[in-house]
Design a binder for this molecule. Structure first.
Ligand code: ADP
Ligand code: MG
Length: 370
């Protein structure tokens, strides 16, 4: 197993005219489950291909533990370990199993070509098949398996090789929603048991939130924030991160900061909130100017003395709660209500949880509050 360190890695597909990744720096601890998250085209697969050795960056370093895998200085290659010598295993969305081989043969093939001892191969295949609950399918061929079973074989085929790094690029994309949840849960469990340093690429924030020890959120080839799922969700460092994580999306309001009777108010036009004491200091430089206020749907509640007057637009039952879409002035806003029955009123008063407000500078979109 190994930690992975990437230093100032830049990638260009047109010899430096434009960069797909721009000076990427990150560190993945030994045994960690790291998720590269971001919208399509942000550079997730590109970063993974560099780690695998399938692609050469134009600049930068990649280390596995103490070992240098890639070292490129100003476009000049100093060190480059080829993919087959990196001891990595990869699984993609389009996992190509060998159609004319049984599951057992699919899983053992790579070890056989490496001339591993027969009993050792059988032991490893049986162990991994049991772990993935495909041990009853070992004599079948891929055509005789469901999509979810095939995906498990692809995972097993990668894992029997006992790689030091496990790379997965949107591996659950082809599965239906229910199966995806199940394989997601099992994959995380197996990764924890085996302790393999893993990088998992996805555009799906739910997969990232549920599986990751460490999330690297990318946009246009830049890291917008990295940290634990809770770091990113509770303390998004900019508006992009705040909007990318969480469903439904965070509600954003444009507010003017006004000084009134010695205190500060956040005036959104359609409502006016007194600034909580802990935010006064960071809001002081914005008096007379605007800030963006973010409130997550789960951080607003109905209260008779709530400062936000809202008109109910529509209600979506979730089973254990309701999503209530309301109109506040011209804006449609959503909040989560955990009551047993949906509210009957059409006019509501809402109060935000003042310890969970997110403030951003409108010009830079960077977070203002601690
Ligand atoms: P992601 O995996 O996050 O969806 P990619 O890493 O595949 O994104 O792609 C990042 C950017 O690089 C995209 O704009 C994509 O069009 C571009 N790109 C990817 N592969 C190539 C390539 N082989 N040649 C030129 N451009 C590419
Ligand atoms: Mg991709």
């Amino acid at each position: 197993m190994a930690s992975i360190t990437i230093k100032d890695m830049s990638v260009s597909y047109n010899k430096g005219k434009s960069y797909v990744l721009d000076k990427l720096n990150l560190e993945i601890k030994d045994g960690e489950f790291c998720v590269f998250l971001g919208p399509s085209g942000c550079g997730k697969s590109t970063a993974m291909h560099c780690i695998a050795g399938l692609l050469e960056p134009i600049d930068g370093q990649i280390h596995f533990g103490e070992d240098m895998m890639t070292e490129i200085v100003n476009g000049k290659k100093k060190t480059f370990v080829p993919p087959q010598e990196r001891n990595i295993a990869m699984v993609f969305q389009e996992y190509a199993l060998y159609p004319n081989m049984t599951v057992r043969k699919n899983m053992s093939f790579a070890l056989e070509t490496k001339k591993a001892p027969k009993e050792e191969i059988a032991k490893r295949v049986d162990y991994m098949a049991k772990m993935l609950s495909i041990d009853h399918l070992l004599d079948r061929r891929p055509a005789e398996l469901s999509g979810g079973q095939r995906q498990r074989v692809a995972l097993g085929r990668a894992l029997v090789r006992d790689p030091q790094v496990f790379l997965l690029d949107e591996p659950l994309g082809n599965l239906d929603a229910k199966l995806r949840d199940q394989v997601r849960y099992e994959l995380k469990k197996i990764q924890t048991q085996l302790g393999i340093t893993t990088i998992y690429v996805t555009h799906d924030q739910t997969e990232a939130m549920t599986m990751a020890d460490h999330i690297v959120l990318l946009k246009d080839g830049h890291i917008m924030q990295q940290g634990t799922p809770n770091d990113l969700y509770d303390h998004p460092s900019n508006e992009f991160v705040a909007g990318f994580l969480g469903t439904p999306q965070i509600n954003m309001f444009d507010c003017q900061v006004v000084e009134e009777k010695g205190g500060l108010m956040l005036d959104a036009g359609s409502f006016c909130l007194p600034a909580p004491a802990e935010l006064v200091e960071c809001l002081r430089p914005y008096v007379g100017k605007n800030v963006h206020l973010g409130i997550r749907p789960s951080d607003m509640e109905m209260r008779p003395d709530g400062a936000i007057k809202a008109h109910v637009d529509s209600i979506e039952p979730l089973g254990d709660a309701y999503l209530i879409y309301v109109r506040i002035g011209e804006k449609v806003v959503v909040f989560k209500y955990a009551g047993e029955t949906a509210p009957e009123e059409t006019e509501l008063c809402l109060a935000p949880n003042v310890s969970k407000l997110h403030l951003f500078d409108p010009a830079t979109e960077e977070r203002i509050n601690a």
